[in-house]
Design a protein around this ligand. Structure first.
Ligand SMILES: [Fe+2]
Length: 276
């Protein structure tokens, strides 16, 4: 991701965000991941957001949007997310083809890489390493992060930092092998600033709320299949598809939660031994 687009959100007391992650859409509608129809589950998650969220200022699509990087999957993702009638900031995950994703989902100026939201700045980082499952930011992304934190600090803004891979251990050996490789450098940058309020990611297909040095750490369930927390080896979880909502408040505080699709039967192969 080379282009940087700053999108200005409406100023208000709070910014209302929705994160939908790891949609894993297949090339053909109705394609399944571990037995689950990922179009069917995303359709229900989108409807849930529409029912539950009165106002959405920005949607975050935090990677693994397509399961195999197909153009058709990105076109359908665009259609699903458009139903929320809000700007979408996308970033790639390990399953995505960043070039195809950009061709379909980015504007002429590229992906949205940072959002100016009045009291808040939202910074999007690319942790994808082409051909690899695990994540790494690299010097360019870390510099982009620092530049934006400097600008935010100068403007008196609070910061939300978003990426695909987890920068901290989740407590599952198999997926913690895929942590952001240069996480020490990442946190060294964050630690130089007082304006960082939250780091948010996808990839792990499970919910986490934690904290490090006063900065909130959050991960979010997939809009399709889930992984069982604290499992040494790959293990599916029977939790339903979901999304995260966030209210970024003017004083720097954050209200957030995860909502899941209840009352709908989703087929899934809970005995799978892995697909990554
Ligand atoms: Fe994923």
């Amino acid at each position: 991701m080379t282009s940087a687009v700053k999108q200005v959100l409406p100023e208000g007391d709070s910014l209302h965000l929705v994160q939908i992650t790891d949609t894993h859409l297949k090339e053909t509608p109705g394609g399944c991941l571990e037995g689950m129809d990922t179009d069917h589950s995303l359709d229900h998650v989108i409807e849930l957001v529409k029912r539950e969220r009165g106002r959405v200022d920005l949607v975050l699509g935090t990677g693994d949007i397509s399961d195999h990087g197909s153009e058709a999957a990105y076109r359908r993702a665009d259609d699903y997310f458009a139903r929320l009638d809000a700007p979408v900031a996308w970033l790639p995950g390990n399953h995505d083809c960043a070039d195809t994703m950009r061709q379909v989902l980015a504007t002429d100026d590229g992906f949205i890489r940072a959002v100016d939201g009045g009291h808040w700045r939202i910074i999007l980082l690319n942790s994808q390493v082409p051909g690899e499952v695990g994540g790494e930011l690299g010097a360019g992304e870390l510099e982009w992060l620092r530049e934006n934190l400097v600008a935010a600090a100068d403007a008196g803004q609070h910061c939300l930092v978003c990426l695909h891979h987890q920068p901290v251990p989740m407590g599952s050996d198999w997926i913690d092998e895929q942590m952001v490789a240069d996480r020490e450098q990442f946190f060294a940058v964050l630690d130089d600033f007082d304006c960082v309020r939250c780091v948010l990611w996808g990839h792990v297909h499970q919910q986490l709320e934690s904290e490090r040095n006063g900065v909130k750490l959050m991960s979010t369930p997939s809009s399709c299949i889930q992984f069982e927390p604290h499992s040494v080896n790959f293990k599916m979880d029977d939790q339903p598809p979901g999304y995260r909502w966030m209210a970024l408040n003017a004083d720097g505080s954050i209200d957030s939660g995860v909502s899941r699709v209840l009352g709908v039967r989703f087929d899934v192969d809970l005995n799978s031994s892995g697909y990554l």
